[in-house]
Ligand binder design. Structure first.
Ligand SMILES: *Cc1c(COP(=O)(O)O)cnc(C)c1O
Length: 397
């Protein structure tokens, strides 16, 4: 495989690091090796970088600097939010409301919680993947301690009505968590305007390093601080204001901050550019290949996400054939692509299991060019045609 010719259209699974971020991380691996908790000046320097990074990252979502808590991943941030709220609010209630299309990093902690006396309502979604805010409001009881709805879906790209959900959570005085791992840095987020209390993000989905994530925790009261409604899930040193022990990954976090700075500067232009490419692919595929359709919402979707259904073929075969043409794509989502069950997201939007098997996710990124898109549109019809010829699922059979 000639790497320089390889076209990477799987940016929803993870992104390549921006060279400017690599530069920044390298610099801090060399220079900022101190432990940010140490008293000496080498440690204090690391502490300064940490503080500055926290400030930059907070500014992207209109949060306060000290409400950002670093983790090792988006998954860890989701687990910290869910298990942290459940254990802190045992006396208040045991009911949680979420959607039926969450990432496994949210879905599986809820399934685990259900085994220990927590009741979870999984709200249905419509054919576009949107929850109904009336369903949400109707599901709230006096035992509800948490509403957790993802900002944007990782498979079909649909963006949920987060501001409306936040307003409902606030009205009923319920804590609101959103998994914003896909949306962070791609669409505008304002935790105050949207009444978000907890928000998860990960650096590697926005051209930052892998192994760095964060949980935003709104400080709801000066005296008890964050501890008012959430408690740690790990115990150790006093890092991250007693919420998340572990020696802090300062070089990785500095890279996360650099990635956020770039996202902030380039978001509006970059999202316009990607929307054009996205819509070109949607149009090019659905108009030129028979028995093909778009999954997810036509407009209320991430600028970089395209999820296509192809009748009579297997998504896995499309991915493997495109790979031979030098193009990286994905079936449902990266986490489930090794299992044979159809994705819970595609079933939730109402696809029949055999149709759900024939889906392809194409996710664009900062480094995707017009030429890449043209090459993809040139190669795909041949791949689909060839697979349909040999498919046992053929039309009419
Ligand atoms: C990728 C992703 C996660 C998991 O993040 P990691 O950093 O890989 O643990 C969680 N939620 C969503 C929506 C994602 O896309």
């Amino acid at each position: 495989m000639n790497d320089s010719k390889y076209i990477y259209l799987d940016n929803a699974a993870t992104t390549p690091m921006d060279p400017r971020v690599i530069e920044e991380v390298n610099k801090h691996f060399r220079e900022t090796y101190g432990n940010s908790s140490s008293l000496h000046s080498i440690g204090q320097r690391a502490g300064q970088i940490l503080l500055k990074s926290r400030e930059t990252i907070a500014s992207l979502i209109n949060a306060k600097r000290d409400d950002i808590f670093f983790t090792s991943s988006g998954t860890e941030a989701d687990n910290m939010a869910i298990f942290g709220v459940v254990s802190k609010n045992k006396n208040r209630g045991n009911h949680i409301i979420t959607s039926s299309i969450e990432h496994h990093a949210v879905e599986n902690p809820y399934k685990k919680s259900e085994k220990s006396n927590v009741e979870v309502t999984f709200l249905p979604v419509d054919k576009y993947g949107l929850i109904d805010t009336n369903d949400l409001e109707n599901a709230i009881t006096d035992k509800t301690i948490l509403i957790s709805i993802m900002f944007a879906n990782n498979e079909i790209g649909t963006i949920e009505p987060i501001k409306e959900i936040g307003a409902i959570a606030k009205k009923h005085d319920v804590i609101f968590h959103t998994d914003a791992v896909q949306a962070f840095g791609k669409v505008p987020i304002d935790v105050n305007d949207m009444n978000i209390d907890l928000l998860s993000a990960a650096a590697h989905k926005l051209y930052g390093p892998k192994g760095v994530g964060m949980l935003y925790i709104r400080n709801k009261g000066v005296r008890e601080g964050w501890g008012k409604y959430i408690e740690p899930i790990m115990y150790g040193g006093g890092h991250e204001r007693d919420m998340r022990p572990s020696t802090v990954n300062v070089p990785g976090i500095a890279g996360f901050a650099k990635a956020v700075e770039l996202a902030k500067d380039e978001m509006s232009i970059e999202s316009q550019r990607q929307i054009k490419l996205r819509d070109k692919i949607i149009k090019g595929v659905t108009e030129n290949i028979e028995d093909t359709f778009l999954n997810g919402h036509p407009t209320q979707r991430l600028p970089n996400n395209i999820n296509l259904g192809f009748k009579y073929v297997e998504g896995e075969s499309i991915v493997l054939d495109l790979d031979m043409e030098g193009i990286a794509t994905s079936t449902g989502s990266a986490c489930s692509s090794k299992s044979l069950d159809p994705s819970h997201v595609l079933l939730a939007i109402g696809l029949e299991p055999e149709v759900a098997h024939g889906t392809l996710r194409v996710s664009l990124g900062r480094f995707t060019t017009e030429e890449d898109v043209a090459y993809f549109l040139e190669k795909l019809p041949g791949v689909i045609e060839r697979l349909r010829k040999i498919s046992p699922l053929k039309k009419g059979s």
